[in-house]
Design a protein around this ligand. Sequence first.
Ligand SMILES: Cc1cc2nc3c(=O)[nH]c(=O)nc-3n(C[C@H](O)[C@H](O)[C@H](O)COP(=O)(O)OP(=O)(O)OC[C@H]3O[C@@H](n4cnc5c(N)ncnc54)[C@H](O)[C@@H]3O)c2cc1C
Length: 447
Amino acid sequence: MPERLSRVAIVGAGFSGTLLAVNLVRHDGPDALLIARGDSFGRGVAYGTAHADHLLNVRAANMSALPDAPAHFADWLARRDPAATPASFVPRATYGAYLGELLDDADRAAGSRLTRRRGRVVSARPDAYGLTLRFADGGQERADALVLATGNLPPHPPPGLDVDRLGDAYVADPWGARVADGLGPDDTVLLLGTGLTMVDVALALDAAGFGGRIVALSRRGLLPRAHGDAAPGRLAERPPARAVPLLRAVRARADAIGWRGAVDELRPHTQDLWRAAGPAERSRFLRHLRPWWDVHRHRLAPEVAARIEAMRAAGRLELRAGTPVGCEAGALLYRPRGSGRVERLAAARVVNCTGPAGDATRSTDPLLRRLLADGLARPDAFRLGLDVDAHGRLIGSDGAPQPRLYALGPVTRGAHWEITAVPDIRTQVWHLARRLSNAHWVGGEGL
Ligand SMILES: Cc1cc2nc3c(=O)[nH]c(=O)nc-3n(C[C@H](O)[C@H](O)[C@H](O)COP(=O)(O)OP(=O)(O)OC[C@H]3O[C@@H](n4cnc5c(N)ncnc54)[C@H](O)[C@@H]3O)c2cc1C
């Protein structure tokens, strides 16, 4: 980066954006303008939940926001809750409080170098001297660079489903307040998806006293696995780069040390494996292995897994494998896995729990649409998010990196694959903060 930046605008104040702002001011980088769209600073989708049943799915020991202080969160937690240990899975709301405090502390120490602004950014136009951000409220701001920290792209309805036919029964936002409103004990709620989002919604329905039946449907009907006690080991040598030999190696290790250890050992290598894989290999992984990878890699806290099992045992939660093929008023039509017939499933509510989508071209977000329309951004080859280069710069429609536009967090999944959980994002933030600061801090995990 040739030019010394004096002000960086960060769109999105969830984990990624908040942490970038904290790192910029903490390490004497450029001033930070942190922009939140209505919701609170430092929470975002994951840690903004008020629900005590929504637990972190990573142990406290591995949730420090600061790669150069690995025990930062565990120490903070110990001061706040003496009963918690580094092995605890605490409520996500507690983690939101931690991030909020981290931001407040950075804010106090930074004085005027950190500015918080509420509003929805609708366009960003670079020029020779910087860029201009425009907001939906009519305001505008100047900055030298912009970082998109806008999180996962929201889920789309499953392909080919005319969800409008479900009318009010369809809930597009699984974290919305009305998931349990107005339901009776004879009602069925259908959850589309069987991953972590489905688990959140099933727990929320349970906590709200919903006594009816919950049916969760996905192509394979796979439920995320639970965490165990095993501490991750270290692979003695680099894992094979190609999908088939890799699968064989992981299976052999799983036989030797259990599947949790075998998957955890891969974790330090997954980003490198993804980057090294060619398009055919990536495509094979996404088509055949992704569902299995997701359920083994993104696990449930043991307490959460026990509650889900209890709901299943009581007949209150049922998992089905099948593909939705149509909607009618009050019902979803689906084809059970391995069957040619179509079944009808009546439901008072159908909640989209299919998790984050990645197809930026289907986004309704005005800023993203503007950037795509202006050729300043483009989707990555597998439609997992936005295309970025090795420094996190957005790649425009002409294939050239944009010198003033960056992206961070899950929206960069196409470049890194594994960029969802805190341990991955905090390292990405660290690298980007250094780059934007023209700095070469030492220390920090893996540096
Ligand atoms: C439900 C859930 C649970 C998770 N649990 C864990 C866990 O236990 N452990 C773990 O390590 N990881 C977990 N993760 C993963 C991870 O921590 C998150 O994905 C991470 O918090 C991503 O943060 P983010 O800031 O990139 O995105 P978000 O938290 O989504 O924040 C993005 C923000 O940008 C705002 N925004 C978007 N567009 C605009 C715009 N145009 N103008 C202004 N603002 C805008 C949005 O309103 C939002 O607040 C979880 C994720 C989810 C979704």
